[in-house]
Design a protein around this ligand. Structure first.
Ligand code: RP5
Ligand code: MG
Ligand code: MG
Length: 281
């Protein structure tokens, strides 16, 4: 389903070069493409060597990292199964992207994220569920944030820190991006934590795997675990004080339907949530 719609035949975001053109029938590594000559790009924020990034390629060659395993606290295992390592570097399991090296991503190979999809039913003034006139199904809403990097609306997801449990990432990223916890004082932080406790204790996994992220290259790619936290009565999310923070510039409850346009392949995860809750799509 993910054939690099967002990470192929376009300019690499924020200062990157134009990707080498890859037609649909040349995406697979199994297809010969002898003229394929993708440019290389690593952003300054990655090559400057922050803690969240791997070492780069040196005169000695690619860094000797332990591929396809969890090494120390760093998880280099893909949800997609074993990935190939070609000339010392991981190879994108979905195929060619038209660009090499790390771009804006810190880890060679899979870069693990988590996506919290917080939902409630759309209700009218009297508290009754709003039914879509055509599908006759109730309309679901989710908490969307507007990303500062691309301006696109998205799920408030983020990177799983080294050694961090996914359940912790889901809650932390929602608190940071949709409730601005990073700028809260300790009393407010406690309040935010409390308000999330009940809803985030009973999530349902809806997706685990590759993300069609615009930052992906032939050697680095995003993977995620997406969870749905659904508030059927609207009681617990009613207490949420939505407030954009960190890499989010805006936040809002957004009606779910098939006409949604979101960052990366987030629409695919939202569709699963709509179907699972038997909501309008
Ligand atoms: C997407 O990038 C994931 O699905 C997740 O939403 C997000 C994580 O990256 P940052 O938000 O930290 O940039 O691929
Ligand atoms: Mg974040
Ligand atoms: Mg984020």
């Amino acid at each position: 389903p993910n054939s690099h719609y967002k990470c192929r035949n376009c300019q690499y975001p924020r200062g990157g070069p134009q990707r080498y053109a890859v037609p649909d029938d040349k995406v697979s590594w199994k297809t010969n493409y002898p003229e394929y000559a993708p440019p290389e790009f690593t952003s300054e924020s990655v090559s400057s060597g922050p803690v969240w990034a791997d070492p780069g390629v040196t005169e000695k060659g690619p860094p000797p990292l332990k591929w396809n395993t969890v090494h120390g606290k760093v998880n280099r295992v893909s949800h997609m199964g074993q990935y190939e390592v070609v000339n010392g570097l991981p190879q994108n399991p979905v195929g060619r992207t038209g660009i090499r090296s790390r771009g804006h991503l810190g880890r060679w190979g899979p870069n693990h994220a988590a996506d919290p999809i917080v939902t409630r039913w759309k209700r009218d003034k009297n508290g009754s569920k709003v039914i879509h006139p055509t599908t006759k199904k109730p309309i679901l809403q989710f908490v969307a944030i507007q990303r500062k990097d691309s301006g696109e609306w998205a799920i408030p997801g983020g990177m799983v820190d080294a050694g961090e449990r996914v359940s912790v990432t889901l809650k932390r990223e929602f608190a940071e991006e949709a409730m601005n916890s990073l700028e809260a004082n300790s009393e407010e932080k406690e309040k935010i934590k409390k308000s999330l406790e009940t809803l985030f204790s009973k999530g349902v996994e809806v997706y685990r795997g590759y993300v069609d992220d615009p930052r992906n290259t032939d050697n680095v790619w995003m993977e995620t675990v997406a969870y749905n936290f659904h508030d059927d009565t609207g009681d617990s999310v009613g207490k949420f004080n939505l407030n954009a923070g960190d890499d989010a510039g805006n936040v809002k409850w957004t009606d779910i339907s098939s006409s949604l346009q979101l960052f990366a392949s987030h629409v695919d995860f939202i569709e699963k949530v709509a179907k699972k809750n038997n909501a309008h799509w």
